[in-house]
Ligand binder design. Sequence first.
Ligand SMILES: *Cc1c(COP(=O)(O)O)cnc(C)c1O
Length: 429
Amino acid sequence: MADTTLSRNTICVQGGYTPGNGEPRQIPIIQSTTFKYDSSDEMGKLFDLEADGYFYSRLANPTCDHVAAKITQLEGGTAGMLTSSGQAANFFALFNICNAGDHIVSSSSIYGGTFNLIAVTMAKMGITATFVSPDASDEELDAAFQPNTKAVFGETIANPALTVLDIERFAAAAHRHNVPLIVDNTFATPINCRPLEWGADIVTHSTTKYMDGHGGCVGGAIVDGGRFDWMAHADKFPGLTTPDDSYHGITYAERFGMGGAFITKCTAQLMRDFGCTQSPVSAYMLNLGLESLHVRMARHCENGQAVAEFLASHPKIAYVNYCGLPGDKYHAAAQKYLPNGSCGVVSFGVKGGREAAAAFMGHLKVAAIETHVADARTCCLHPASSTHRQMTEEQLLAAGVQPDLVRMSCGLEDKADLIADIAQALDKI
Ligand SMILES: *Cc1c(COP(=O)(O)O)cnc(C)c1O
């Protein structure tokens, strides 16, 4: 099913796996750590990346590969891989091309976990970062680059600030400085936006969110668009363009070309050494979610839009962030990048600040308080006291998180029930 003319709706259902005669209709769960060979020679070829095949599930597993292939097709990429989590996906995507002494330009409006990863943990590894506003001008963007910059990072729809990345402009800035743009497309999903079509080079996902969609499995994915020419900037990316001593002198960009080098290196080196694999059972469950992604996203967006409109008209609400609202700062960007809808996540401030927000959340009955977003059940969270509590007041504001901000992830329930629940909770405060 490598047919690229198929609609994303059909890829959701059938992509990544085509059974042969008499084979299972559903993707089989290959729950095996290891694979048997008749000779050591054959296995040796796999270790040298000279032959295709499986030998150990830390590096590759057929179930995971089918699901990765589906996500790759959905994003319109050339190669992809699953990881154990979204955190692992973003870390691998960045660390695959950044060494100690290198530098990243990142949007400041990103997920709290990714902010910690880049600003704190990767800094300990000697990789520094400059954070720029998602609204930065071209001049401000250009000024953020250094000679050692190796990547630009942003989120299509940022969690939780819900800013919309100007992907085309960020890609152009990255390419002016000869580095790739990596976009975390978790909230939009490839149903609502394909960043590769707007110039991004690599896409990452927390598949934990809409792709799984049922709050069942933590997971991540990386997809390469195959259009970044590593060899043209060989001096910047020696890991891809010079021989890998840990793989018998393979040069990834030469052996696997633009379409395959990034993911092959990421699997062969980072998965081998860090082992952040997704289990075959998790991949199987992720695929069940993917089979209905296109159906679910439309309902998430319908519910998000209805809840946002209700909140925007309510006297006890201070502000609403939802790019589907005509007055939203990112409405024009959403019309360009997300013409079919954005996502089911709405964020807003309750008049009365932090205390009022907490009281409001305590009165909700249908929506549950959870550290989660983007699953079938509506849930809400106060980021400043949970996911983003490590941040200083200044960092919070740069990430677009006001202290009174409530993030509500609209699930797949009936929108009238969601609105009634919010209305009764607001009445009580
Ligand atoms: C949740 C999330 C992550 C982290 O993913 P995990 O699967 O929780 O590790 C990364 N980016 C975004 C945008 C997220 O929402």
